[in-house]
Write a protein of this length. Structure first.
Length: 577
């Protein structure tokens, strides 16, 4: 039973693991106890009654999958809070296998090279590398000398070492292969031929100053994965390989310009691979992921060709294209958008005469200004983030859904936060489990007409445009699969950035307007507009939508009122975000 052959098989093992963890979690409060429970899973005949069924299921899997699930079971024994704080989510076998394969194609030698994983976790990478080395006819003792790992959780460090020893059929001393330590405290590390890691993600608060960290992070915006990336380059021999599984936000996010610059100064970028099925990467987490492969040492040349591709589902790595990174070291690596088969529209929000700004009102700081009803012309309705539903007109509604909340602006107070014209509102923070990152809705024109304007909370973004034609078109566009996919390639975080929205690649306005006139389905219209805009960008022409195969809309999509715009938005979507 090879994990991943079917969704049913994965679900079966996961269900067994969750049930066993739920029964045993209250008794697994120490790293030693969690380790012993996981070791029981290696032999169904000697496993306790609580673990026998799970151990039997794991015994039917191949070794890669078995070790992955044993490591994952350790994390399921942790409390949800501990699991999140440790970012204990491991690389599934199909992806680990693909990353190792990329390294092999770039010269990683299973028979002679050394390997380190500074965030070893449950040995998702190291155990698999050990298996590949054994298949290449290296002895267990020789492999043990060429493998190294570090893990901050003492139980996981011992478990990782136990799984490697079990794979190689050897005995190892505690700490011989995987050391229990915080790898970020290393200052002068040993160097290796391959550094491979799926580092933990998450902000570091109150971080001490460090000359290493300052090279990859801005003050106040320190992320663990950036710190590990910096460490990995110090761990790599000159000419060695660095293979990382990172959030896609590093590719173009404005706060990761230092990291991108550091990578290019310290190595040649060889491969960028997107993961198209994000729900199939980390258990219980939906995260946009990119695989990065770099040859450490020489600075990245502007003329260096980078391979862009993708891992789709459990299929092997597929090359999409090759191309060069931008000339400026810290610039966004925008090539993956086109490399992944997405047409480049060549326009941004400013081309639509649009402006975006973050919502103004922070309710928990200014509760004294809130009113349960409007008492004067200085009171305007408040729009909450939860009022926003893609495909529906947005109307103010209190959080308890009983009436409307108002915000008072006293005489003489600045009215800049008040939006006094028609607008689109966007959720600024989305749940990682939501199918769309961009969720936008037209504010009902009746709100401005009746109250003279509105104010929105700080978890929203407000978009205004030169006219309703542009506003309606942008609402449809931002709610489309095509725009959402392009935004996700800019940011892997749940927060929507105003800065990234301003730079988001969009189809040309005139092309989008014409496409919306001719297609009933907004999704088809947007895809068509991107494709024709890409042609226009290459040829310098103003491409016009082809009539072949297109259906004339029953009403003008660009001039229709907001209510009709929302209705068409609903017809173009398969579900509610």
């Amino acid at each position: 039973m090879a994990i991943g052959k079917s969704t049913g098989e994965k679900s079966e093992v996961l269900a067994l693991a969750r049930r066993a963890a739920a029964r045993l979690r209250k008794d697994a409060t120490t790293a030693t106890r969690r380790l012993r429970l996981c070791e029981e899973l290696l032999d169904a005949d000697t496993a306790s009654e609580e673990l026998r069924e799970l151990a039997a299921a794991l015994g039917a899997l191949d070794t890669d999958a078995c070790h992955y699930w044993i490591g994952t079971f350790y994390t399921l024994l942790l409390s949800a809070a501990d699991r999140r704080s440790q970012a204990a989510y491991f690389t599934p076998p199909h992806l680990a296998r693909g990353v190792i394969g990329l390294a092999q194609k770039e010269g990683f030698d299973l028979r002679t090279h050394t390997v380190v994983d500074p965030a070893a976790g449950g040995a998702a990478f190291l155990s698999m590398v050990a298996g590949h080395m054994r298949a290449a006819r290296s002895t267990g003792a020789n492999i043990a000398k060429r493998l190294a790992g570090m893990e901050i959780d003492s139980g996981l460090a011992r478990l990782a070492e136990r799984l490697i020893a079990e794979r190689l059929s050897i005995e190892v001393r505690t700490g011989e292969i995987v050391k229990h330590r915080d790898s970020l405290t290393i200052r002068s590390p040993q160097q290796f031929d391959l550094v491979i890691a799926n580092p933990p993600y998450g902000r570091v608060l109150d971080a001490p100053s460090s000359r290493h960290w300052a090279q990859v992070c801005h003050a106040g915006h320190i992320n663990k994965f950036a710190l590990f990336a910096e460490l990995c380059f110090r761990l790599a021999k000159p000419g060695g390989l660095v293979a990382l599984v990172l959030p896609s936000s590093f590719v173009a996010g404005p706060l990761y310009d230092k990291l991108r610059g550091h990578i290019r100064r310290n190595g040649e970028v060889l491969t960028l691979a997107s993961i198209t099925d994000r729900e199939d990467v980390f258990l219980d987490v939906q995260q946009d992921i990119t695989v990065l492969l770099v040859r450490a040492g020489a600075e990245h040349s502007i003329a260096r060709q980078v391979t862009f591709g993708e891992f789709s589902g459990r299929r092997p790595f597929k090359v999409r294209s090759t191309g060069c990174l931008p000339e400026h070291a810290g610039a966004a690596w925008g090539v993956p958008t086109s490399a992944a088969g997405q047409a480049v529209g060549g326009a941004v929000l400013a081309d639509y005469g649009a402006d975006v700004r973050a919502g103004y009102f922070v309710w928990n700081r200014e509760q004294h200004r809130m009113r349960p009803r409007s008492y004067s012309g200085r009171d305007v309705p408040l729009i909450w983030a939860e009022n926003i539903r893609a495909g529906a007109l947005c109307k103010p509604l209190s959080r308890d859904r009983d009436g409307v909340d108002y915000v008072n602006f006293k005489e003489g107070a600045s009215e800049r936060p008040v939006v006094r014209k028609n607008a689109v509102v966007i959720q600024r923070t989305t749940n990682s489990s939501q199918p769309r990152r961009l969720i936008a809705a037209r504010v009902s024109p009746s709100v401005v007409k009746e109250f003279g304007g509105f104010v929105s909370e700080n978890h929203t973004i407000v978009l205004t445009a030169r006219n309703d034609k542009a506003l309606n078109a942008l609402c449809l566009l931002l709610n489309s699969r095509a725009a959402d996919a392009r935004y996700r390639r800019l940011s892997g975080t749940a927060s929507v950035s105003v800065k990234l929205l301003r730079s988001l690649d969009l189809p040309r306005p005139e092309v989008l307007y014409q496409a919306l006139e001719r297609f009933d389905d907004p999704e088809a219209a947007v895809e068509h507009a991107y494709a024709l805009s890409a042609i226009a960008t290459k040829t310098g022409d103003h491409a016009r939508p082809a009539r072949s195969g297109a259906r004339r809309a029953t009403s003008d999509a660009c001039e229709i009122p907001a209510t009709a715009c929302s209705a068409r938005c609903r017809r173009g979507r398969t579900g509610r975000s």
